[in-house]
Design a protein around this ligand. Structure first.
Ligand SMILES: NC(=O)c1ccc[n+]([C@@H]2O[C@H](COP(=O)([O-])OP(=O)(O)OC[C@H]3O[C@@H](n4cnc5c(N)ncnc54)[C@H](OP(=O)(O)O)[C@@H]3O)[C@@H](O)[C@H]2O)c1
Length: 259
């Protein structure tokens, strides 16, 4: 078992990718706290996971609110005594619009979940990780965090920012034995991906199938990832198998980007 007895927080665990990460960590021996904004979504996710043997905590928190983040982290420390792993996996994609039509309120909402939330979560767990002299932070960026994505200015800017946050944490907290890495998926099969195809098709006056094919054509492997594949990459980054990797932005796009 690669994560035996490690204590993990997975933010955004109610849905596809976060959910798969929580289960993979549990199967590798970790104790896992599932975090999300909506208690009903979290409870349903936990019920589904418990059918696969999962036992873990469920903590409701809106990561855009500092007081709720600190309370969530305190709850996990009270319950588990330490925090070894934080996975920033919440997301809010925002509208599909060119920049000149993007409302500031939509820009702010995307930044709040994809960048300010991870900053607040990292800030809160780092205090504990520095005390421990160890820790590991994984943040879900995406290909839009390395290449500008038309009609997704806010998401792209936030996901680039997340890589800057990751590298800075790696440098600042490395001396305390703490690692920080970003994972950059391209398309991952999830309810959100279908929504992306539909919204882009509307904006570009084409069909969701054409949009999907365009993304597939851009990938060297010609397919998207499953949430379970993303989860396995997170196990690698969270485990000692990647012990010398920090400050990295790991492409996970089947070759859609290669730099
Ligand atoms: N799916 C893809 O193709 C893809 C590709 C590249 C990168 N990614 C990244 O991978 C991560 C997961 O993506 P996903 O498609 O599985 O799901 P997602 O739609 O991005 O959302 C994941 C979870 O975030 C939670 N969340 C949203 N706002 C929150 C907040 N303020 N506080 C706490 N939790 C919040 C949601 O739960 P509640 O609504 O219950 O709070 C949801 O379950 C995201 O960071 C995404 O940007 C995804």
């Amino acid at each position: 078992m690669k994560l035996k007895d490690r204590k993990a927080i997975v933010i955004g665990a109610a849905q596809a990718i976060g959910n798969a990460i929580a289960l993979a960590f549990f199967e590798e021996g970790a104790d896992v706290a599932l975090v999300g904004r909506h208690s009903n979504n979290l409870s349903e996710a936990r019920r589904n996971l418990s059918n696969k043997g999962f036992e873990g905590l469920e903590v409701v928190a809106d990561i855009t609110d500092e007081a709720q983040v600190d309370k969530m982290v305190d709850t996990v420390i009270e319950e588990y005594g330490r925090i070894d792993i934080l996975v920033n996996c919440a997301g809010h994609i925002g509208p599909t619009l060119p920049l000149q039509e993007l409302k500031k309120s939509d820009w702010d909402a995307v930044m709040a979940v994809n960048l300010t939330g991870p900053y607040l979560c990292c800030k809160s767990v780092l205090k504990q990780m520095i005390k421990q002299g160890s820790g590991n932070i994984i943040s879900l960026s995406g290909t839009a965090g390395k290449e500008g994505m038309p009609l997704r200015a806010a998401l792209s800017a936030a996901k680039w920012g997340l890589r800057g946050l990751t590298q800075t944490i790696a440098r600042e907290a490395g001396p305390y034995g703490i690692r920080a890495n970003a994972l950059l998926p391209g398309g991952v099969y999830s309810p959100r991906l279908q929504h992306v195809f539909e919204e882009r098709a509307l904006a570009l006056n084409t069909t969701p199938e054409d949009v999907e094919q365009g993304f597939l054509d851009a990938s060297a492997l010609g397919r998207f990832a499953s949430p379970e594949e993303v989860a396995r990459a997170c196990v690698f980054l969270a485990s000692d198998d990647s012990s010398m990797i920090t400050g990295e932005s790991l492409n996970f796009s089947g070759g859609a980007i290669m730099h």
